[in-house]
Write a protein of this length. Sequence first.
Length: 72
Amino acid sequence: MPTTPASDVQTLSYEEARDELIRVVGELEQGSSTLEQSLALWERGEALATRCEEWLLGARERLDAARKSAGE
């Protein structure tokens, strides 16, 4: 089961969100959870994937800004 409420996802670092997402996917792939547990895991996984994407987009924006200022 998820270790923290979905609201805590926004406080996770990229690495924490990624590692938990890997764990959630593994649990879902096992298929041993009840339907209710699977739905909760899926929702948690969606929130974690969104958090990872936010981190990656932020990193891309910082890289683009650094490249732009280095070119000026």
